[in-house]
Design a protein around this ligand. Structure first.
Ligand code: XUL
Ligand code: CO
Length: 441
């Protein structure tokens, strides 16, 4: 079969001496780190929607990015050629996973029946390509935000018929994900939120969202889907307030509705910063709550302040993200999904390849630096020392639940001494972090 992207090469690891920009300088898939290969640790995934569906349109102007399948009028032939192009691209890039929304791989029809038929046709094409190129499905999801019926939300719509439609759509997306042996299934709350509380029954909407998630869990059991369910928090966009605002919010929601055994989180870098957190903060909070499932890698633009979904290039962010992931014991069955797109003026397919290479190398380098930081206990030793008052005596008794307000008051009255030598040493620690970033080989 002739190539769909003849201008795109197979991207290989060439080491950091090379001048070839279409090669990896740091991402060496087979290189071992703590007994595991880089590809096994990083589990990179390409996002079907950004790389193969996005045409670069924005609220101010039409699409700018052209694709070899543009202009094919028959929607199924269009979807088939897109799938062939997608798998050729991913094969050339050397990633092992991809992610999709139902409507990315197969077009919506005029009815649910027609949409489902389209999905059933294209899932066979995708399955064959997956086998041929040895690329696996990291996660599937349903697009519950694009169609006008979802203007007021899907599971949190005021209209029960829309709730029903969303359920039917997720049922199918879950079945297709299962058929393609997806490792996870993601719920990003597309329009699950509100525009104004003046028209909103927040309590009913949140209860309904929980009912919806329970139905998904039940259906997964029915069809034998063993993948991990993930919720992807985002504070705003498209709604003014999204219910899955951030990790803290999602964890409390899951606990309230007894869903915490069934769901972990898919954390997106740009969503974290939109919520006013660092990416590392969200990863840490999920990690210490045993809820870190998968991540969407990208970055925002601090001056713009919206979900710009740029390819990750910030080595501080990737180092600290990998620091959390390594301390989590890895991310599998999740992975690092490129929820990232090229700028509207980067108009050629090769720009999408540059974007992925940029991100993969920045994460591979971050992985190596984080591994060194952990190996040398460069931060851990300081932290351990900083909290040593909880290792014995009073602190240990507090930890063990052996103290109360009376006993603590007595302690302070009898024995308390001001501790004046307790610097947090932030600047020194930032110096150490920089040393590792500059000097790790
Ligand atoms: C939107 C977003 C989505 C989800 C999948 O901000 O991140 O692409 O990752 O629905
Ligand atoms: Co995302």
């Amino acid at each position: 079969m002739s190539e769909i992207f003849p201008e795109l090469p197979y991207v290989k690891y060439e080491g950091n001496e090379t001048k070839n920009l279409l090669s990896f300088k740091y991402y060496n898939p087979k290189e071992k780190i703590k007994g595991q290969s880089m590809e096994e640790i990083l589990r990179f995934s390409v996002a079907y929607w950004h790389s193969f569906c996005n045409n670069g349109s924005d609220p101010f102007g039409a699409g700018t990015l052209t694709k070899p399948w543009d202009g094919i009028e028959d929607p199924l032939k269009h979807a088939q050629k897109k799938a062939e192009g997608a798998f050729e691209f991913m094969d050339k890039l050397g990633v092992n996973y991809f992610c999709f929304h139902d409507r990315d791989i197969a077009p919506a029809g005029k009815s649910l029946k027609e949409s489902n038929h389209n999905l059933d046709t294209i899932k066979e094409v995708v399955k064959k390509l997956m086998e041929e190129k040895k690329i696996k499905l990291l996660w599937g999801t349903a697009n519950l935000f694009e169609h006008p019926r979802y203007a007021n939300g899907a599971a949190t719509s005021n209209n029960s018929e829309v709730f029903a439609y969303a359920a039917a759509q997720v049922k199918k997306a879950l079945e297709v994900t299962n058929y393609l042996e997806g490792k996870n299934y993601v719920f990003w709350g597309g329009r699950e939120g509100y525009e104004t509380l003046l028209n909103t029954n927040m309590s009913l909407e949140q209860d309904n969202l929980a009912r919806f998630f329970s139905m998904a869990v039940d259906h997964a059991e029915k069809i034998g889907f063993n993948g991990q369910f993930l919720i992807e928090p985002k504070p705003m966009e498209p709604t003014k307030h999204q219910y899955d605002f951030d990790i803290a919010n999602v964890l409390s929601f899951l606990r309230k509705y007894d869903l915490d055994d069934y769901f972990k989180v898919n954390i997106e870098a740009n969503h974290a910063t939109l919520a006013g957190h660092t990416f590392q903060h969200e990863l840490r909070l999920a990690r210490i709550n045993n809820s870190l499932g998968s991540i969407d890698i990208n970055q925002g633009d601090p001056q713009l302040g919206w979900d710009t979904d740029q390819f990750p290039s910030n080595i501080y962010m990737t180092t600290l993200a990998m620091y959390e992931i390594l301390n989590n014991g890895g991310i599998s069955p999740g992975g690092l999904n490129f929820d990232a797109k090229v700028r509207r003026s980067s108009i050629e397919p090769i720009d999408i390849m540059y974007g992925h290479i940029l991100g993969m190398d920045t994460y591979a380098r971050g992985l190596k630096i984080a591994n060194e930081l952990i190996k040398d206990r460069a931060l851990e030793n300081f932290i351990k020392e900083r909290y040593k008052s909880y290792d014995k005596g009073l602190g240990l008794r507090i930890k063990d639940g052996k103290e109360d307000f009376d006993s603590l008051e007595k302690y302070v009255l009898d024995q308390y001494t001001e501790n004046k030598k307790d610097s947090g040493r932030q600047e020194m620690l930032e110096l150490i972090l920089n040393q590792y970033i500059f000097e790790t080989r």
